[in-house]
Design a protein around this ligand. Structure first.
Ligand code: SF4
Length: 454
């Protein structure tokens, strides 16, 4: 076994992906009055913000799915959903400073392209009615090649959409049948061609390893398919088998799920392929071409993590609309009602649908800053921490530094008098490094909460 393979095996423990810190499992019931007054005070002056819209509908369930979805074939369900999104937008439009500027928009799901082009136009119109969307805003949409058409793209680009992320997963028919998601290569290629012809310059492909029926030969076909599709970014996710959260995943258990050794081998094949194909390893499972914005942000240290993974915009308040979505504004995380009917009922009764969340303590904010620096900039200096947080960082984090020593021995980090540096080979282990600084980790030792790294 290669040195990289043994390290990946060694550090393959359950842990969060740190799209937030503290993570969503720490969220508790919220006191909406104090959150409301906090948001009002925060919006007493203009701010640049980011918007996330959760569009939960899918025509059928992919059996590996870990998202919050509503499975239906009825397009009219989206009309009703848009009525409620509009009410939610009105609520936020009244809350935000009139001169706020939206610098980033993301449609996630579910399947945003479940909506018809007409419904997407209505959504774009609503966005521009209630918010000040910057002309150069980053506007990304998750696309499903099975429902995407040129008309969908035209309807979204008319309102500023300029980035795309395609759910690709695996090119093999046997795997697609096993996961209940049939999308021939020609369909994905057509989706790619439409996007490129329209001038969409930042295109991501989501790929998953560890799916049923995958083996090295079949995964090699998927990797070759990535090469011919020629995306700007690739997110190569490990299939997260969490049937205690997503019971439908039990359907995959009798369909030849790769064992741990095969899964590791698929990952190693994937990493080798990405390196040989000229992609930069951004961190964890994200890769990007050297001229892509993510690679540029990595180099100029403006990279950050949010609920969509790695992102280029630093420090924007994120307002998330739609069922189950999570906002991150200043010291607060807050999540909307998770079920469709509860979300609608909440919007009807009070305009917002906040139900759970938390207010970060000073210690949470300090640890969030350390975790984000290590995951995004791959370094932190003790003197900077001292200056910003008025702490003696080496004393404050003495236990964490002690727990990092084994990672230092494995060549993942260096700990010097000045600070902590993540090495090139540590890019895959950033969540293990982050776990060392997570004050809540000890609470999760007894029960399965998180999936493993691979
Ligand atoms: S299309 Fe995406 S969100 Fe919908 S079921 Fe499949 S994986 Fe889940």
């Amino acid at each position: 076994m290669s040195a990289t393979a043994s390290l990946i095996k060694k550090y393959n423990v359950p842990g969060p992906r740190y799209t937030s810190y503290p993570t969503a499992v720490q969220f508790d019931l919220l006191e909406p009055v104090s959150l409301g007054s906090y948001l009002q005070a925060r919006n007493s002056s203009p701010r640049d913000i980011s918007l996330y819209l959760h569009l939960p509908f899918c025509a059928s369930l992919c059996w590996y799915c870990g998202c919050t979805t509503v499975i239906t074939k009825k397009k009219s369900a989206a009309d009703d959903y848009l009525d409620y999104l509009e009410k939610e937008m009105k609520y936020y439009a009244a809350l935000l400073h009139p001169e706020h500027v939206v610098k980033q928009v993301h449609y996630g799901g579910g399947t945003p392209t479940f909506l018809t082009p007409e419904q997407l136009s209505r959504l774009g119109e609503m966005l521009h009615t209630y918010f000040n969307i910057a002309a150069d805003a980053e506007f990304g949409v998750e696309l499903d090649p099975r429902t995407f058409t040129r008309e969908h793209l035209t309807a979204m680009m008319a309102y500023g959409m300029n980035r795309a992320s395609i759910g690709f997963q695996d090119v093999n028919e046997e795997v697609q049948e096993a996961i209940h998601r049939i999308q021939p290569m020609e369909m994905v290629q057509k989706c790619m061609d439409i996007l490129r012809e329209a001038g969409i310059s930042s295109i991501n492909l989501d790929v998953i390893y560890g799916l049923p029926m995958q083996n090295r030969k079949r995964f090699a076909r998927t990797l070759e398919a990535i090469k011919s599709l020629d995306p700007d970014r690739v997110a190569m996710y490990s299939y997260a088998h969490v049937p205690w959260i997503k019971p439908a995943q039990k359907l995959l258990e009798d369909k030849q799920l790769p064992d741990a050794d095969l899964k590791l081998q698929l990952l190693l094949d994937g990493i080798a392929f990405m390196e040989q194909s000229g992609f930069e390893h951004i961190g964890m499972d994200h890769f990007a071409k050297p001229n892509d914005e993510l690679s540029v942000a990595l180099r100029d240290r403006s990279l950050q993590r949010n609920f969509q993974g790695y992102s280029t915009m630093n420090g924007l308040d994120l307002y998330a609309l739609g069922m189950s979505s999570i906002s991150s504004v200043g010291d607060f995380y807050f999540q909307n009602e998770k079920e469709l009917d509860d979300w609608k009922a909440a919007i009807d009764s009070r305009g917002n649908a906040w139900v759970k969340g938390l207010r970060l303590t000073n210690e949470d904010r300090l640890r969030r800053s350390v975790i984000m620096q290590l995951m995004c900039s791959r370094s932190m200096t003790f003197s900077e921490l001292q200056k910003t947080w008025q702490i003696d960082a080496k004393v404050h984090f003495r236990n964490e530094i002690r727990r990092l020593r084994p990672l230092e021995e494995d060549g993942i980090v260096s700990i010097t008098e000045e600070g902590i540096q993540v090495h090139a080979k540590g890019r895959f282990f950033v969540r293990n490094i982050a776990m060392v600084f997570d004050a809540y980790m000890a609470q999760h030792k007894e029960k399965p909460v998180f999936s493993k790294t691979i």
